[in-house]
Unconditional design. Structure first.
Length: 305
């Protein structure tokens, strides 16, 4: 009896996993980068993140010869409303995230990104009138319970987590309705934010409050903030083209998991019992959500066969 042949590996899928791991590992390690800024307010870092990512993307799009979709999008100003909405939401997300790192609230940031898939479920129900599976509804209920416990026992809402989760979740909702690939979409979004960033940069410079060009290290970090914004997105785009959505969904949990570990082991942020219970409830919800998504995906494949 001959041995079964080894399973055939899809080289494109292997590449896709590599790209996905690169993207989520980079995003997960962002707190280590933004913690390097000493004395630079989050608002100023956000300005430079917009400025330098825009310049970097101009060079990258020119190198890859990807201008046609950008020109097509900009030639129809009436259709830029949703892109502007995406730009404002991602700008808000970036700014709040940098503030969370600066104020040593990386655990809250981690919680926000753990909540994001469940916020997507809620938006699907409320906005798109989607019918969700029972397990997904239970997962949403567990997340709501976790937030309620924090509010009841700590006396305050985890606002940073909620703003990060809802801004990124709503960004994803809008982004689905924009016919632009990841690279072109990010460039158009940052381009729409560029006038505001230039005005803010001019005001900081004229007021003598700008940290740019004051010290070489700080200047290099401010410029680098734009580059590291684009690099994981490029890796994510490479993963999205090669992997199933379910696989990407599982990889996505790497980002907040790494942030959670960094918050505890590097920044030594305190984790109260209430916060731990909240995380456990949300992790349970995510496990149910992931199982439901995996089951539905396999059910669709079986039906297609």
């Amino acid at each position: 009896m001959s041995a079964l042949p080894p399973p055939v590996r899809d080289p494109e899928a292997v590449k896709g996993v590599g790209f996905g791991l690169t993207a989520y590992l980079m995003w997960g390690c962002f707190p280590l980068f933004f913690a390097l800024f000493q004395g630079v307010p989050a608002f100023e870092i956000l300005i430079h993140r917009i400025l330098w990512s825009c310049l970097f993307l101009i060079g990258l799009i020119s190198l890859l010869k990807r201008w046609p979709p950008v020109v097509a999008a900009l030639s129809k100003p009436k259709r830029l409303g949703r892109v502007l909405g995406c730009a404002l939401l991602i700008g808000l997300n970036w700014g709040v995230y940098i503030y969370a790192v600066e104020t040593q609230q990386v655990l809250q940031a981690s919680l926000g990104y753990f909540l994001t898939p469940l916020v997507n479920v809620a938006l699907g129900i409320l906005v798109l009138r989607e019918v969700m599976a029972r397990l997904q509804l239970i997962a949403l209920g567990l997340a709501t319970l976790a937030i309620g416990i924090q509010f009841a026992l700590l006396g305050e809402m985890p606002w940073l987590s909620l703003i990060l989760a809802f801004s990124f979740g709503t960004y994803g909702l809008f982004r689905k309705q924009v016919p632009l690939d990841g690279l072109s979409g990010l460039f158009v979004e940052t381009l729409l934010l560029l006038p505001l960033a230039l005005i803010a940069f001019s005001w900081l410079s004229l007021s003598g409050l700008s940290h740019f060009a004051a010290e070489l290290d700080t200047t290099a970090l401010l410029i680098g903030s734009g580059v590291i914004t684009a690099l994981p997105l490029m890796a994510f785009a490479g993963a999205a083209r090669r992997l199933r959505l379910a696989t990407l969904g599982f990889l996505m949990y790497l980002n907040p998991s790494i942030q959670f570990i960094i918050a505890l082991s590097v920044f030594h942020e305190p984790l109260s019992t209430v916060q731990l219970v909240s995380f456990l409830l949300i992790w349970t919800g995510l496990a149910l959500y992931s199982y439901s998504a995996w089951y539905q995906s396999h059910a669709r494949l079986a039906t297609a066969r």
